[in-house]
Design a protein around this ligand. Structure first.
Ligand SMILES: [Mg+2]
Length: 333
């Protein structure tokens, strides 16, 4: 008989979860007391929170508990990296229906643990509640290592625009699942085949977390993680910095080419691939600006440049307003 959440009391459920959670170097007091205590060697800490709600951000028929755990951690860890910091500790609030399998919750804990241990971060506590659907709320803390935080407002005319991480994989993976061209199993751990990486990219994004501190070392002037699509997030840097961000279509072409197998499986064309590159969300790559003479850190590719705002701050692709271009409008959300 399958063990369900309602078959256990909270203490028994927590007793199954705690041993799965990762400890981090900064944890002074871990789970088990009323609150955790985490070292902040820098004297300041980075803090952010993000929530995932079933049927809004993920579907249980596609995402395992493990997938949701990785994704919940990844989007929070990416926010710390985007500030130039290293994540130290997560707290996780979990609301779940009573008929959820306990194995699903254990999978979630393993997913959180794997994503965090790559980053050296701990899960130091949380809360459990009943609910009609699964909801995972994570708060992340991080350390700046003595550096100034990297804001969205620091881009200057003449800067280079660069990106680290994948582009469009999550959007392509979701489209493949929605169209029935791929199954969740195609993106399972260890899955092979031409579509596996897109489906995995949707189910379990893997942000380039080391890129945050590396960008700081290289003199980064502005940065964020691309959660809502390249155009929208580049627009945030443009507005915060009061500049024009010019994206270079030639520099973006390899990202579109990288989506070729997904485009082919869906019977779509190159415009659609460019649409995913420009507007696909939830890859959690890092978008950053650097002074023109900076050596880009490993993993970053130059995709454009910054110029003074002649009129309103905005994003262009090859100097044109992307709103009027064909191909990507229908990916807008
Ligand atoms: Mg972010």
């Amino acid at each position: 008989m399958t063990l369900l959440v309602r078959d256990l009391d909270e203490t028994a459920l927590l007793a199954r979860i705690f041993p799965l959670l990762p400890a981090g170097a900064a944890t002074l007091v871990g789970p088990g007391d009323d609150a955790a205590v985490v070292a902040a060697p820098d004297g300041r800490y980075v803090v952010s929170t993000d929530v995932l709600v079933e049927d809004l951000h993920f579907r249980r028929r596609w995402s395992t508990g493990y997938d949701v755990g990785v994704r919940a951690a990844a989007q929070n860890l990416a926010d710390v990296a985007a500030m130039g910091g290293r994540p130290t500790a997560l707290v996780v609030a979990l609301a779940i229906p009573g008929d959820l399998e306990v194995a699903w919750v254990e999978g979630l804990a393993r997913g959180l643990a794997d994503a965090c241990s790559h980053a050296g971060a701990a899960v130091v506590g949380g809360d459990l509640s009943g609910a009609g659907v699964v909801m995972v709320s994570v708060a992340v803390h991080g350390d700046l290592g003595g550096a100034a935080p990297v804001l969205r407002s620091g881009a200057r005319p003449g800067d280079v625009v660069a990106h680290a991480g994948v582009r469009g994989w999550s959007a392509a993976g979701l489209a493949l699942l929605e169209a029935g061209k791929a199954r969740p199993e195609d993106g399972a751990l260890g899955a092979a085949g031409p579509l596996a990486r897109y489906v995995a990219g949707y189910l379990r994004p893997a942000p380039p977390l080391d890129g945050g501190p590396a960008a700081v070392a290289a003199g980064v002037t502005a940065m964020l993680d691309v959660s809502d699509g390249l155009l929208r997030d580049a627009g945030r840097i443009a507005r915060a910095s009061g500049v024009v961000v010019d994206l270079d279509a030639v520099a973006l072409a390899p990202y579109a080419a990288d989506l070729g197998a997904a485009v082919a499986a869906l019977g779509r064309d190159d415009d659609d691939a460019l649409g995913w590159v420009l507007s696909g969300g939830e890859d959690h790559g890092l978008l950053a600006t650097f002074p023109p003479d900076a050596a880009l850190p490993a993993g970053f590719t130059r995709i454009g440049s910054v110029r003074a705002a002649d009129g309103s701050p905005r994003v262009t692709v090859d100097g044109l307003a992307p709103d009027v271009g064909p191909g990507w409008d229908h990916f807008r959300s």
